[in-house]
Design a protein around this ligand. Structure first.
Ligand code: CTP
Length: 408
């Protein structure tokens, strides 16, 4: 059994018959030397008692957001601050939905929203609830934010039905917890990731931009961080929240993005997923441009923006692995291969964006990994899965090649 000595876990037990298995999970964590403190939701308390949790965890059990005693002794902010990992087991469909929406009706959800600690969920619910598009959409949202999950398993359910939705066994959840702490293949490596669009100002209220959502770049940053890399995410204006455990730097323009990237060097890995505007207005007006009396339109002179991917690929502090994207509307693989050589990066993730602009903001993408060895078709996959696959490829690369220690 892996030792969890010096590791502190905040276990949230939400409503579901599987809550009884969480008692065994508490026992396993304690047996391995780990520290566990529990929050029991109202639903969870229908299935297990605070007394049994307190006896096994050897700690107070927290269940009330409005408890004056708990708030003075151990407020909801401190509950998560003192944990290395938050585990939600069982994670009911309800708490998953509340987490995805950022709702805070009780102590458990308030603590989760007030925390930037890594979170592992062990879903447990009826198989129809699990399959429901609402649950699947909520899970995808949580995954994009870097929330880890284990299970559920397939099997007979307490309601008498059979299907996907049984909470993983306590041993499997314990293993997922150990993996979180100890299976970090990119530990010791630093990565910088660009994400989102850039906005190039025309005047104080207008800009040139594009429809990039930042979903792909943020998912890659989350996956690299989960694998143990120290990640700096340099993002243009997006509506995505920062994944857990990454250092987020917000920028507006391509020039700012480049300078933030250079400041993040040395790094071992660079992934340029941002849709950088190729041009910027030569001069941004300091005052709002006004319509003209004669109704003529202004002519806007543009200047070429720096190519961040190319600059990093040819930098004196070049990261050992530099990866770019190619969004093409025709001759996908030829254009991507030519782009890889022209920019000097190691790998290009190429995708056909068609001419309808639907890829921007979409959850799925058909990509190819183009390298010096040819191309690999990854098929139509979710942006989260692309991030996971890319992280696995990067891990493979650093396992096969000597790591040159960028930070030294
Ligand atoms: N990129 C960058 N800086 C720029 C432009 C692009 O870092 N100023 C990066 C993107 O993040 C992406 C890759 O370069 O990883 C491909 O971008 P793309 O716009 O397709 O490349 P271009 O050189 O503009 O090629 P083309 O004009 O053929 O589309």
């Amino acid at each position: 059994m892996t030792s969890l000595k010096d590791k502190s876990i905040l276990l949230i037990i939400s409503g579901g018959i599987a809550a009884y298995k969480s008692l065994e999970l508490i026992r396993l964590i304690r047996k391995s030397g780990g520290h566990v403190r529990c929050i029991l939701t109202k639903g969870g308390a229908q299935f297990v008692t605070p007394l049994s949790i307190a006896a096994l965890s050897e700690e107070n059990v927290y269940d009330d957001l409005w408890s004056l005693k708990d708030e003075t002794e151990m407020g909801h902010i401190r509950l998560s601050r003192e944990a290395d990992l938050i585990v939600v087991a069982p994670a009911s469909a309800n708490i998953i939905a509340q987490m995805a929406q950022g709702l805070t009706p009780d102590l458990a959800t308030t603590t989760l929203l007030a925390s930037d600690k890594p979170v592992l969920i062990a879903p447990a619910m009826n198989h129809k609830m699990w399959d429901h598009p609402a649950t699947q959409a909520n899970l995808a949202t949580l995954k994009d934010r870097g929330v880890l999950s284990v299970g559920p398993d397939e099997g007979d359910m307490a309601c008498g039905e059979h299907g996907m939705g049984r909470m993983s066994e306590p041993e499997a959840i314990f293993e997922a917890i150990s993996d979180f702490f100890f299976k970090r293949p990119l530990k010791g490596l630093t990565a910088l990731v660009t994400s989102g669009p850039t906005h190039e100002p025309l005047d104080p209220v207008r800009f040139i931009g594009n429809r990039s959502s930042g979903k792909q770049g943020h998912a890659i940053a989350a996956a690299l961080a989960q694998a143990g890399a120290h990640v700096t995410l340099i993002s243009g204006p997006v509506n995505q929240s920062a994944p857990a455990g990454v250092n987020l730097i917000k920028v507006q323009t391509a020039a700012q993005m480049l300078s933030a990237c250079e400041n993040a060097l040395p790094a071992d890995i660079a992934v340029c997923a941002a849709a950088v505007a190729d041009w910027a207005p030569e001069q941004a007006s300091t005052q709002k441009l006004k319509k003209r009396e004669d109704e003529s339109a202004p002519t806007i002179a543009l200047k070429q923006n720096p190519d961040i991917l190319k600059t990093l690929s040819n930098h004196k502090n070049r990261p050992q692995m530099v990866i770019g994207f190619a969004a093409e509307t025709e001759n996908l693989l030829e254009n991507a291969a030519a782009k890889r050589t022209r920019k000097g990066c190691d790998w290009i993730l190429a995708n056909d964006v068609g001419t309808d602009g639907k890829t921007f903001g979409a959850d799925e993408n058909h990509v190819y990994l183009v390298s010096a060895n040819g191309q690999d078709d990854w098929g139509l996959t979710s942006k989260t899965e692309i991030a996971r696959k890319l992280t696995a490829q990067i891990t493979g690369y650093f396992t096969d090649h000597e790591h040159k220690h960028a930070a030294e």
